[in-house]
Design a protein around this ligand. Sequence first.
Ligand SMILES: N[C@@H](CCC(=O)N[C@@H](CS)C(=O)NCC(=O)O)C(=O)O
Length: 202
Amino acid sequence: MRATLALKQIPYRATHISLLNDDTESPEYLAKNPIGTVPTLKVNDSDYLIESLAILRYLDVLKPTPGFWTGHHSDRSATPVDEAKVGALCEIINSGTHPIQNLPVLHYLSKEPFEQKKWAHHWIQNGLAQFEKLLSFYGAATHFCYGNTLTAADICLVPQVYNALRYDVDITTFPLIHRIHRHLLSLDCFLVSHPDLFKPKD
Ligand SMILES: N[C@@H](CCC(=O)N[C@@H](CS)C(=O)NCC(=O)O)C(=O)O
């Protein structure tokens, strides 16, 4: 979400919310987001948005340029098929990978960090393998997941790779993901939104 705000040059103020300290369980937080997840985006005095893809869609309607649902194609116009393909890449991360390695699932699975890590590693590996296959199937080029410009698929990929590295998934075994991810990390919108920049100072 922060990368999208940066990409679309929408100013915002970030508040640090720690899942590990149960900040999302406080009455103040739950009043804004009753399911206690992050991210939450305050958009006016009474509305708070949740769910990353819903927020991405909102931000795209709010500020359509640059758009990120179809990718730009140098040899042709973008079509609804492009949008569905970008959507499929997003879903592999957002529905097929991230939720299975999310903290509540790991806590339900086991109290043992080793078991949690083994599970998360397996499902992230599985999700990225699917993503890699689809990148290849859709003919991903060098720099982006789809087409010649940044799309929502890139925006979904970067935080999932961040998590993959936390669980020691070797992303060099996915050549397309590895190459694209390296390029994405050099872009301003990802540089200024990197999670390490939003950690509280000691
Ligand atoms: N599908 C939601 C997932 C939100 C979500 O589950 N976020 C994680 C952190 S990345 C979280 O809040 N986990 C803690 C919890 O669910 O209690 C989205 O895309 O925003």
